[in-house]
Design a protein around this ligand. Structure first.
Ligand code: PEP
Length: 243
């Protein structure tokens, strides 16, 4: 993937407020006018506002999760169609916080990915090993990938995000050698089993200080950023580090 086209994806998690949206978008309008492939995944109640505010920009809006059912008695959940009609084009599925805090299984994640693709959303599918699983990362990632993508025949709207759990929000970044090694493993596993190439993003304590060397790696097709995506200045600095 061309350096300038690599994805820069923000994950606000349960942070920022409605009042931050116009400030953030105004900064992007001024300083990231020509930057492509920028996605900001906001809390679900903010999707519509963020999408409207950023309408005339190249920035796309994403959700951080959704349910796989279309409608019904699922108190507190939102459907892929609701996410889409609110103005999101992307959705993060299988984030480690969803897996660890909310008990999401590979099977549930698979149903969510499938439902989101059916309505035309682009899916950022997160995989990653915990610290305890680090020595057996290959089997952990293979299981997450194959079970998460079971029976999904068209992967053209799927982007994988490799997020080692031990690197999320901890300030510990995987070494560039490790990132390269694991990204190639993910790409090879998907190619061998599904016959296609998928883009793979890296996530885990990406900041303006380390993004240049991470984004320069051939096997890295972009980054997924938590903490450093909350302020537009840092987000734009990371986007600019694509060169
Ligand atoms: C994330 O949660 O997707 C993430 C990468 O967080 P952080 O950048 O804060 O480590």
């Amino acid at each position: 993937m061309k350096q300038k086209e690599k994805y820069i994806v923000a994950n606000w998690k349960m942070n920022n407020d409605f009042s931050d949206i116009p400030v953030f978008v105004k900064y992007l309008k001024k300083y990231a006018k020509n930057q492509d492939n920028l996605v900001v995944c906001v809390p679900s109640v903010m999707i519509k506002t963020f999408a409207e505010e950023s309408k005339k920009t190249l920035v796309e809006t994403g959700a951080q999760n959704c349910y796989f059912k279309d409608k019904g008695a699922f108190t507190g959940e939102i459907s892929p169609n609701m996410v889409k009609s609110a103005g999101a084009t992307y959705v993060i599925i299988g984030h480690s916080e969803r897996r660890q805090i909310f008990g999401e299984t590979n099977e549930l994640i698979n149903r969510k990915i499938s439902a989101c693709l059916t309505v035309g959303l682009k899916v950022i599918f997160c995989v990653g090993e915990t610290l305890e699983e680090k020595s057996k990362y290959k089997s952990v990632l293979k299981k997450q990938l194959l079970e998460g993508l079971t029976a999904i025949n068209d992967l053209s709207n799927v982007i994988v995000a490799y997020e080692p759990v031990w690197a999320i929000g901890t300030g510990k970044v995987a070494t560039t050698a490790d990132i390269e090694k694991v990204h190639l493993y993910i790409k090879d596993t998907v190619k061998e089993n599904m016959g296609v190439d998928v883009p793979v993003l890296y996530g885990g304590s990406v900041k303006p200080l380390n993004s240049t060397e991470i984004l320069a790696l051939d096997s890295v097709d972009g980054v997924l950023i938590g903490g450093a995506s909350l302020k537009a200045e840092d987000f734009v600095k990371i986007a600019e580090s694509r060169g």
